[in-house]
Design a protein around this ligand. Structure first.
Ligand code: 8YV
Length: 313
């Protein structure tokens, strides 16, 4: 009998063969480049397991092209790129990588927050461009964190890890979540800084649109390293242009990897290329989790991090 094959859609932070046993054949697009959709569809044809990243859309078309597929082990905690219902209907497990990226993603949220609040980008550029002519009492004044209210939208593992950091900085933390906290309206109208840590689902698509931005206090700072489409990017641009928003720090974009052109030239925004979980430790752990779940499923066992339930075949 042929060995089951796994298709890994990118270069990983660890060698897949260091986790997968010799009974599994590894096919890998061993690159950081985007994988064209047509090549993805081609290479899943013989795959029993698939390890995709966020940018790979796992939908009915892909499932049709992959008749042998038994598991989609998403290299992410978020799985909005996967049509989970379609996978379940075909008996395909879907797994994610929870827990191992909580601290790195919360660290990055706080990095964004401090970079924006303390105008780090502008200061850095001033020095590098030789435009710093000397110290002045009014130069690049930012926002102090102590005593400010941080509104956290989504209070799961990452939201709570951000709250722990904020408490260390003397901030007052409020949150909104389907499990409790304050109503979204109250969070919007009372926070000095707002940070988003909810998954992208139909209910959270454009959760922050023009009306919500207007409800925020004038001068508020907005942080997003969850998912781009939670914020209506065009409305965000308008709120920055009108001066209602004090600034935004983004690690994710509505049409990733495209960035709204109006954001690019602004001094009151910080823009990163989706670096939330980008530490060596976390990326190795994410790869390990996904590959281990593949190994389990191909051995006929239940994966350790399922997001759906599949009947035994
Ligand atoms: C990944 C993420 O970098 O885990 C997530 O949900 O957004 C990031 O950790 C990204 O999803 C790559 O697949």
């Amino acid at each position: 009998m042929d060995k089951p094959r796994v298709f890994i859609t990118r270069k990983l932070a660890l060698e897949p063969a260091s986790i997968l046993g010799p009974g599994i054949e590894i096919d890998q697009f061993d690159s950081e480049d985007p994988l064209p959709r047509a090549r993805l569809l081609e290479r899943v044809a013989q795959a029993s397991a698939l390890l995709p990243i966020l940018g790979d859309r796992i939908d009915r078309e892909l499932l049709d092209a992959a008749p042998r597929l038994r598991i989609v082990a998403n290299h992410a905690v978020g799985y909005d790129n996967v049509d989970v219902l379609a996978c379940t209907a075909r008996g395909v497990w879907v797994t994610n990588t929870p827990g191992v990226l909580t601290e790195s993603t919360a660290d990055l949220a706080f990095t964004l927050l401090l970079t924006l609040a303390r105008r780090i980008r502008e200061g850095e550029r001033m020095v590098r461009e030789g435009k710093w002519l000397g110290w002045a009492p009014t130069q690049l004044l930012g926002m102090e964190l102590r005593g400010k209210t941080l509104g956290i939208i989504g209070y799961g593992r990452i939201g709570q890890a951000v709250a722990r950091r904020a408490e260390g900085f003397g901030m007052r933390v409020i949150f909104t979540d389907e499990r409790g906290g304050v109503p979204l309206d109250e969070l919007l109208s009372t926070s000095d800084i707002i940070t988003i840590h909810t998954p992208l689902m139909p209910e959270t698509h454009h959760l922050i649109g023009a009306a919500e931005l207007l409800r925020m206090k004038r001068g508020v700072l907005l942080i997003n390293n969850a998912r781009g489409p939670i914020v209506d990017e065009a409305a965000l641009v308008a709120a920055l242009q009108s001066g209602h928003l004090g600034g935004a720090a983004l690690d994710v974009y509505e049409f990733e990897p495209k960035v709204h052109p109006a954001l690019l030239g602004r001094d009151d925004v910080v823009l990163l290329p989706h670096l939330g979980s980008a530490t060596r430790e976390t990326r190795e752990a994410m790869g390990r989790l996904a590959l281990t779940d593949i190994e389990l499923v191909l051995r006929g066992e239940r994966p350790a991090h399922p997001v759906n339930e599949v009947a035994a075949k």
